[in-house]
Design a protein around this ligand. Structure first.
Ligand SMILES: [Zn+2]
Length: 201
């Protein structure tokens, strides 16, 4: 099944993608207590935007547009964040979708999933902060002697520091500044802090 879509029509601007995240409460502005103990003025939870299939499809079309002419045969992402992204990007490209999982800490293909030598594979993920999971998926792809063609990311939080040695596309580049509690400018303004996930926000 081939899709005939004009890539230029399906790729939104980073600002438009950010609007979609804000509208979905996937990106919150305020004063947050992070699990690291640090504080921040923004909080991101990709699952919030992916809960709406039509919005997930819009995001996936954007990534697919960057790799449409690359002969991609399979899209793969790490569980859990990469599962929906792989599925929607695969739908946009007309390919199959796989996901990797950790077993005893080791990233691998399970459930009878397999890749063929020479198969052209696109690796996707929802958010990267260090790119560690993507590197593990790339290693799995190479173990099967398949060919990683590129990396597609919804939100790149690495600050542009990551290099997978492959073409990479991201929809949004986001730097969320985190502060030590005693140096937090929001605490200084006595803005009440919220622990994400602990109450309805
Ligand atoms: Zn604070």
């Amino acid at each position: 099944m081939e899709k005939h879509t004009n890539a230029k029509e399906t790729r939104l601007t980073p600002e438009e993608y950010l609007d979609l995240f804000r509208k979905s409460k996937a990106l919150l502005d305020g004063h947050f207590l992070l699990t690291s103990g640090k504080h921040s003025a923004q909080y991101m939870q990709c699952a919030q935007v992916l809960q709406y299939p039509e919005r997930a499809a819009i995001l996936a079309e954007g990534l697919a547009a960057s790799f449409r002419d690359q002969g991609i045969q399979t899209v793969i992402g790490p569980a859990t964040g990469g599962i929906l992204v792989a599925h929607e990007v695969a739908r946009a490209l007309g390919t199959r979708a796989l996901f990797t999982e950790r077993e005893n800490g080791i990233m691998r293909l399970r459930r009878g999933f397999t890749l063929s030598p020479g198969e052209r594979v696109l690796v996707v993920e929802d958010v990267i902060t260090t790119g560690g999971s993507v590197r593990e998926v790339l290693a799995v792809v190479r173990e099967f002697e398949a060919i990683p063609v590129g990396v597609g990311i919804l939100v790149d939080r690495t600050g542009g520091t990551v290099d997978f040695g492959l073409p990479m596309a991201s929809l949004i580049q986001l730097h969320i500044q985190a502060f030590e509690a005693q140096e937090c400018p929001l605490c200084a303004q006595e803005i009440p802090a919220i622990k994400p996930g602990s109450r309805k926000i």
